[in-house]
Write a protein that binds this ligand. Structure first.
Ligand SMILES: [Cu+2]
Length: 321
C-alpha cells in the first residue's frame, strides 16, 4: 500500500514537471516580449554592453565580440552542427532498422558472413570525406587564432594565481619588466552593485583594460598550478602553465565588457576567479593607462567615466526576473 502511494505522489510530481516543461516555450514567448522591451530600456541606461554573462533562457553560443569568435560560431553553427545532426540521425535510423528487421522473431537464423568489402570501403571513405570537408573550414580559423598579427596595439601579460589573475602591462618602451601590474579579484556577492552593471560571480575589482579595435597580444602564464585564460566572446582560450609563457591574441571589435572564467580546474576556488575584460576607445584607454600606471584606483575612476557606445543587450530575455 505504502509503496503505491509513494508511486502516485512521484507520478504526480513527474507529471507536474512535464507540464511545466511543455509550457516553457509559451512562457518564453509571453514573458520574452515584455522583458525584451524592459531590457532594451535598461541597456540604454548602462554605460556599455556586456557579453559573457548568463542570459535567462538563452540557447546557443555567446554573441561574438571579435572576428575570431564570429568565425568559431560559424564553424559550430553552420558547419559542425548540421553534420553532427545528420550523423546522429543516420546512426539512430540504422540502429532502429537493425533492431526491427533482424529481431529474433523475424529473423531466427542469422546469416553467416564477416566481411563486406563495399560496406567497409564506404564506412571508411565517407568519414574521411566528412573530416576533410570540416578541415577546410576549421584549419583557417585555427591558423588565424594561433598567429598573432604583426601590428599589435598592446601587449598584456596574464598570470594565473590560486585564485585570481594578475595583469602585467609593459612600460612606454614595451618592456614588461618595468611596467605596472595589478591583481584582479572577484567582487563578493554582497558587494555586487547592479546599478553599475556588475554581474554576480563575473565582475572583478580591477578589470583587464584594453583598447578596442586593436590587436591585443596576450602572454599567458601561471604562478602556482595550471589555470586557463579564456573569454568566449573574444574567441580566446589559453592554458596558463607555471614556468611557461603561452601566447594568444584577440581584437575586441567595440568598446564593452567581456566576461570569461578560469577554464582549468585549479583548486577549491577555481570557480571564483572570473575574467572581466573592459575594451575602451583608444583615447579612453590612453587616459586609463596614464592613470593606472601610477595608481590602480585612479584607473578605476577613468574606467567608470569612460564613455562607450551604447548597444542593446545581445539577448533581450536577460532582464526577466
Ligand atoms: Cu584557475
Amino acid at each position: 500500500m505504502r509503496t503505491s502511494k509513494f508511486r502516485d505522489a512521484d507520478l504526480k510530481a513527474n507529471r507536474k514537471m512535464g507540464r511545466g516543461f511543455r509550457f516553457a516555450p509559451m512562457r518564453l514567448f509571453s514573458g520574452g516580449l515584455v522583458s525584451g522591451v524592459a531590457a532594451s530600456v535598461i541597456s540604454f541606461a548602462s554605460p556599455a554592453f556586456a557579453v559573457g554573462a548568463p542570459t535567462d533562457r538563452a540557447i546557443g553560443l555567446q554573441e561574438a565580440g571579435s572576428d575570431i569568435a564570429e568565425a568559431q560560431i560559424f564553424l559550430h553553427d553552420t558547419i559542425l552542427f548540421p553534420i553532427i545532426t545528420a550523423v546522429t540521425i543516420l546512426v539512430l535510423a540504422l540502429l532502429l532498422y537493425v533492431m526491427l528487421r533482424f529481431r529474433r522473431s523475424a529473423h531466427p537464423e542469422p546469416r553467416n558472413f564477416s566481411h563486406n568489402t563495399l560496406v567497409e570501403v564506404i564506412w571508411t571513405t565517407v568519414p574521411v570525406v566528412i573530416l576533410v570537408f570540416i578541415s577546410l573550414f576549421s584549419f583557417p580559423i585555427l591558423f588565424r587564432e594561433g598567429i598573432t598579427p604583426k601590428t599589435v596595439g598592446e601587449t598584456v601579460k596574464v598570470r594565473g594565481n590560486q585564485w585570481s589573475w594578475t595583469y602585467i602591462y609593459p612600460d612606454a618602451s614595451g618592456d614588461l619588466a618595468n611596467g605596472f601590474e595589478f591583481t584582479s579579484n572577484l567582487v563578493p556577492d554582497e558587494e555586487i552593485d547592479a546599478a553599475k552593471g556588475q554581474k554576480r560571480q563575473l565582475s572583478v575589482d580591477y578589470p583587464l583594460v584594453v583598447p578596442a579595435g586593436e590587436n591585443i597580444r596576450v602572454l599567458v602564464t601561471a604562478a602556482d598550478v595550471i589555470h586557463s585564460f579564456g573569454v568566449p566572446a573574444l574567441g580566446i582560450k589559453s592554458d596558463a602553465v607555471p614556468g611557461k609563457t603561452g601566447e594568444t591574441w584577440f581584437n575586441a571589435r567595440q568598446p564593452g565588457t567581456y566576461f570569461g572564467v578560469c577554464y582549468e580546474l585549479c583548486g577549491i576556488r577555481h570557480g571564483y576567479m572570473p575574467i572581466e575584460v573592459r575594451a575602451l576607445a583608444r583615447a579612453d584607454y590612453d587616459r586609463w593607462r596614464a592613470a593606472a600606471s601610477g595608481d590602480v584606483e585612479a584607473g578605476l575612476t577613468i574606467l567608470a567615466a569612460a564613455s562607450a557606445p551604447v548597444q542593446a543587450a545581445p539577448v533581450q530575455l536577460a532582464a526577466r526576473k
